[in-house]
Write a protein that binds this ligand. Sequence first.
Ligand code: COA
Length: 445
Amino acid sequence: MTSVGIDAVELWTGNLKLDLAETFAPEKGDDPEKYTKGLGLRASSFPDSYEDIVTMGANAAKRLMDRKGLEPDDIGRIDVATESSFDNSKPISTYIAGCLEQVYEGDFHHANKGERKFACIAGTQSIDDAYNWIRAGRNRGRKAIVVATDTALYERGDAGEATQGAGAVALLIDEDPDLVELTMEQGYGSADETDFLKPNQQFPSVDGKRSVQVYLARMREALEDYESVAGDVHLEDFAYAPFHTPFPGMVRKAAALAYRHVTRDTEHEEALAEEIGRQPRRESFDDDAEYEEAVREYMSALKDTDQYREWYDATVDPTLSISRDVGNWYTASVHVARIAALKYAYENDRDVTGESLLVASYGSGAQAEIHGETVQDGWHEEIAELNVDEQVAARYDLSWAEYEEVHDRHNHDMDKELEEFTTPNEEFVFDGWGRMGERKYTYVE
Ligand code: COA
């Protein structure tokens, strides 16, 4: 069977940064540790005045094409996943293709383009679409580009304001991939939920506390569904578990839930029993409230055990290192987590060739999806080419007053002009409006 997966990946962060401990917390009158420890975030990325979802996506895609020596003719499909679109009809992929056509010979006229929407899970769904297109043999030997790009802005004062972020990930989906092969099995947990939505509005209506519960509930369903097709998941099966990461504290909760689930009735549960007891079983309790209290107590004790911490530090914590400094990139977040895990392996001289990743995606509204990936021979070379640290370090550090202006600049209901804070260099920039209200872009050398 043809091996299909992610051949290469590139990332592009917004060029500005808001420091949560130094700048955000003092303005809110909060303890900085609420952000650094509680949510697990140091900073958020923001778009400069000339940046948006198109520039960030096109810049990531250009890095990808340049690095892999690709021309437009090599690409049969461009899908964009976003929940920050500014157009209800014309897909962002057309804008991105238009940008790329400014800098490459040839065009993408024979590439199928689209835009995928299902909150933060749409990036993973776009990879799926590309995978299916290739596996069905409809790709004519061509590859697909998937771009997950978002400007995750919340209403000023919303609880989600601390978790904002802006950036894009571009992924090349191809046969015989260099980075990871996707496995066939998938598990879904999907239900009609109202935890986070944008009914024709730019900033989301969010029930933050509920969204955390829905994330966990759908993730549990997806894991059970995954196990029903792939067999029981064991802790030893996976080198890393990249989760959708709206903020690292969310993943801390999801990881503990997953650990409890996969260790039930295993030697891991037995090994912990002396220290914290066995996991509560529903049938041993008279009512739900008692059972839920017992589960809470077990989870709280579990998180403090050496056994759990060792697993978490080795398998989950490495996936969070980029997210901590850039915030929530919505559709791109789980793909940032995958990059972070492989970057960690690369930097720590760990050879993960042939090992597996358990990838857990989530989108509000709500749906979780879990699948496995196998790391390929070329992963080391691919990861070596990334410049994540340089991009993150080069961001302009905003003061509070500047942050307020940047937020207004990107508020679609405001017509705010703002001088840029950084100087664009070899990248696409937004440079004004066309006659039909379309956004226009140019490439700056
Ligand atoms: N030191 C250490 N930790 C602290 C702290 C301090 N001084 N102050 C607070 N915390 C912890 C809290 O205990 C909490 O952790 P816990 O949930 O593990 O108990 C965490 O920091 C967040 O504090 P909380 O008071 O719950 O934050 P909040 O009410 O401001 O909002 C969200 C949290 C998630 C609801 C909010 O960020 C949000 O709405 N985000 C957007 C939606 C989202 O991303 N949902 C996720 C699913 S997609």
